[in-house]
Design a protein around this ligand. Structure first.
Ligand code: SF4
Length: 531
């Protein structure tokens, strides 16, 4: 479905801002690939691009790949931008450049929906999801493409049903330059973890696309030359368990039809470990990774943050269960909680070792607007209004001294991502988790020369940049030779690429060159170079 009823034609430039370097964008891995330059194509902006009236020409620029040019701005009649808090500076910069060409600029997406007051210079703010505000924006632009005299805030009250969403305009994106492709089946989450803004922004009753839409999107992603892995960016893949069970057989069928050349990944709550009927189907559909917000191994802390559902099975047992279906767990971890004690970092380090989870995003607690945490801290007078000025990586006035929390975070990062410890965890994943995956015959598509060439380029980069020039060569070669002896090229490439990012990022973090929170608004210079 597209917006209809607009006879006036407008040329729209959609610009996605650069990411500030962060743990979760994997930029240190890009140099080991065959040309990956960015993390994931932006779902939201490509959805808007697909929803624009059919007669409106659209250009899409992801500034993680290349900056929007003078010629792009000269071509356009209006500019649309979207992004997350971490891209705030870059969004404002796009607005400034568009205004230099006297263009109206509209901003939508999660950051402005939560914090419209971060963006005073934009002409239009689109708050909320695709819906009546989107139509109103198009109507105003169709009527008059000049900049309004003052900012116009349009808030969606009546949302377009997800089952009516068009397929995002993936054809506009340079898909092969991304590490992962993304897709969205549902939006919203039934839980109410204290720190999380998802229920406030997207609701507690997940809204859904149909399985047929997802299959059509996957087909389109394939046509557009998707990378090997498609990530379901749903807030919680099992937010509606019945819907997940409805979708999975379609994914299995799709994999069979297309030769199992695509790996799937998603985000879900850890209590998925209690659902063997879902895990079995996910294994069959070749899900290889689940991001679980474990947050902390401390049961008191989980209770305090209203994340009791993480304790429906003992955490380590839950991780092992997921691994036994061939899926690696990636874990979110938060430090700086009110329940933290002097021994918290040690308990976390012990958990990392025992869980054998290679990739954990370890963040300092950050209070996001539209969360119960924000409201509580505001009442308690513990929200730091200008953490940037105070040189802090969090807007929370921790109960423990700030310096102690940051040094505990640095210690946890340094120990978790010490090369030998990290590679030992990957070794376990290769030997145990990955070995549980379904065995599928190698598809003809994977035996083509371009595909073999791609793998050879990645191996060359890994051997040269890590095995020869790297500074953890011995650890690397011990792992790599073991993989080569077993003929496990996929395990070698996948592990080495991500491990390299984690090791490099952790070194930058522990030396103070990175934020201690992916959500911190203490923004640093974007480290992901645009061409
Ligand atoms: S389970 Fe995840 S998505 Fe849902 S409220 Fe908690 S943190 Fe947010």
């Amino acid at each position: 479905m597209r917006a209809e009823g607009f006879e006036t034609v407008r040329r729209i430039l959609c610009v996605f801002p650069r990411y500030t370097s962060s743990f979760g964008t994997f930029e240190h891995a890009y140099a080991l690939t065959d040309g990956v330059r960015a993390f994931m194509p932006p779902q939201g902006l490509l959805l808007i691009a697909a929803y624009l009236p059919a007669n409106w020409p659209v250009r899409f620029v992801d500034e993680n790949l290349k900056p929007a040019t003078k010629e792009d701005f000269e071509w356009a009649e209006a500019v649309m931008v979207s992004g997350m808090h971490i891209q705030r500076n870059q969004m404002n910069d796009i607005c400034r450049r568009a205004h230099a060409h006297d263009l109206p600029v509209a901003l939508g997406g999660p950051s402005v929906s939560a914090c419209p007051d971060y963006y005073p210079s934009f002409d239009y703010l689109h708050v909320g999801e695709l819906g009546d505000a989107t139509h109103e924006l198009f109507r105003r632009l169709a009527e008059d493409p000049s900049r309004p005299s003052e900012q116009v805030v349009l808030t969606t009250k009546d949302r377009v049903a997800m089952s009516e969403f068009p397929i995002p305009a993936y054809e506009l994106a340079d898909t092969h330059k991304y590490l992962l492709a993304s897709i969205q089946y549902s939006s919203g989450c039934p839980y109410q973890c204290e720190f999380c803004d998802i229920p406030g922004l997207y609701g507690r009753n997940p809204r859904l696309k149909t399985p047929q839409q997802i299959v059509a999107e996957l087909d389109k992603l394939r046509e557009c030359g998707i990378p090997d892995t498609v990530y379901f960016v749903d807030d919680n893949f099992i937010g509606n368990r019945k819907a997940a069970l409805d979708l999975l057989p379609h994914l299995v069928e799709w994999q069979k039809r297309t030769g199992y050349v695509t790996r799937l990944a998603c985000e879900a709550t850890l209590n998925i470990a209690k659902r063997p009927e879902i895990l079995e189907k996910m294994k069959e559909a070749l899900f290889v990774t689940i991001f679980c917000g474990i947050e902390t191994p401390d049961p008191d802390a989980l209770k305090a943050m209203h994340k009791d559902h993480n304790m429906m099975v003992p955490i380590l047992e839950g991780v092992q269960t997921i691994n036994s279906y061939g899926m690696e767990v990636v874990s979110g971890i938060i430090m700086g909680l009110d329940t933290d004690k002097p021994g918290t970092a040690d308990a976390l380090i012990d958990f990392v070792e025992k869980s054998r989870i290679p990739l954990l995003t370890i963040n300092l607690l950050q209070a996001l607007p539209k969360t119960p945490l924000w409201d509580r801290l505001e009442k308690e007078g513990r929200l730091i209004k200008d953490e940037v000025a105070e040189g802090r990586d969090s807007n929370v006035d921790f109960l423990m001294p700030y310096d102690e929390v940051v040094s505990a975070w640095k210690r946890a990062m340094a120990i978790a991502y010490e090369p030998a410890a990290l590679y030992a965890r990957y070794q376990y994943q290769c030997d145990y988790t990955y070995a549980q995956r379904i065995k599928v015959p190698v598809a003809d598509e994977l035996k083509t020369w371009p595909n073999i060439r791609r793998a050879l380029i990645m191996l060359r980069n890994i051997f040269w940049k890590v095995g020869v020039l790297g500074n953890y060569k011995r650890v690397f070669w011990k792992f790599a030779l073991g993989r080569l002896r077993k003929g496990d090229i996929e395990g070698l490439i996948g592990s080495a690429m991500i491990a390299h990012h984690l090791i490099e990022f952790a070194r930058a973090a522990t030396s103070g060159r990175q934020n201690a929170s992916n959500y911190s608004i203490r923004l640093r210079e974007a480290a992901v170079p645009a061409e």
